[in-house]
Design a protein around this ligand. Sequence first.
Ligand code: PHE
Length: 348
Amino acid sequence: MFKIEEVKLQLLADLDKINSMEKLNNLKVEYLGKKGKITELTSQVKTLDNDKKKEFGIKLNELKKLFNENYNQIYTKLNEELINKKLQSEKIDITLPATKVKRGSKHPMSRVQEEFEDLFLSMGYTIYDGPELESDENCFQKLNIAKGHPARDAQDTFYLEGEYENYLLRTQTSTAQVRAMEENKEKGPLKIVCPGKVYRRDEDATHSHQFMQIEGLVIDKDISMADLKGTLELFLKKFLGENTEVRFRPSFFPFTEPSVEVDISCFKCGGKGCNLCKHTGWIEVLGAGMVHPHVLEMSGYDPNKYQGFAFGTGIDRFAMFKYSITDIRTIYGNDIRFLTQFDRRDEE
Ligand code: PHE
């Protein structure tokens, strides 16, 4: 009995000194651990006479209760203090000005490409992707440009060697026409646009050895020049403004018949004549035409059942118009001073 009182007094004195979680944990070991003071008292119970057992038991339970209540109370208090301390140390002043994160901006070419894609998607086209490394067959032969055809001269490109000597870097996205037609096993209607990189052996302020085109192809029954004209007029007016005038001139492409070259009225001078339009009032922007029956046939379509129109244009050219870029090489130069201008321009 005496021992219990002693432990109790000791406990009360010890409790007063607890000012950290570490001390609290040590206290628990000291009292309730394997060799703890309360544990020891508990093991004494069985050595007592029956009449003493009861009273001892009651006192012991009171002591345990005292310990637990104090332990819990101190634990809660210390824990709260710890949390508050942590909150205090992690406090941030939200009124401080934020550190500026350097944000990249979308490349002018991606902007124009996405704008084109959105426009054609809204007209029910799907986006078709073709590879940049192409066979001579897809890039030329199946587009009616046989080996030795003079049209190849204007599209000299980079050829592979050795066992891949029949492969080249595509010179035009028209290759996608061939692929799309051949992949369409039902030989039914098609309505696609194919944006992508193309390559030619050119390099000056308005030509780059690599540039981007977007190709369009529509195949269906009863497709005529009227569909071609309507589609291209809509596309050009939507992109360049409703006041844009569109002119169709007869031209030649081996894979279209008839073929047209498409001009727009000069947006800089409004058609009066200036250095941009070389004083003609018009700027050439597109090649187009009705898909040549032989081209349809080579890719498995019956030209008596199906007709189609196709068009192709340079995305670079439109980016140059839209953002008044005078040298195509800046588009591919990756100069940060050039590239960061475009976010602002779109907001204007
Ligand atoms: N592929 C042609 C070029 O690169 C453009 C074109 C596409 C012409 C489709 C007619 C039809 O010049």
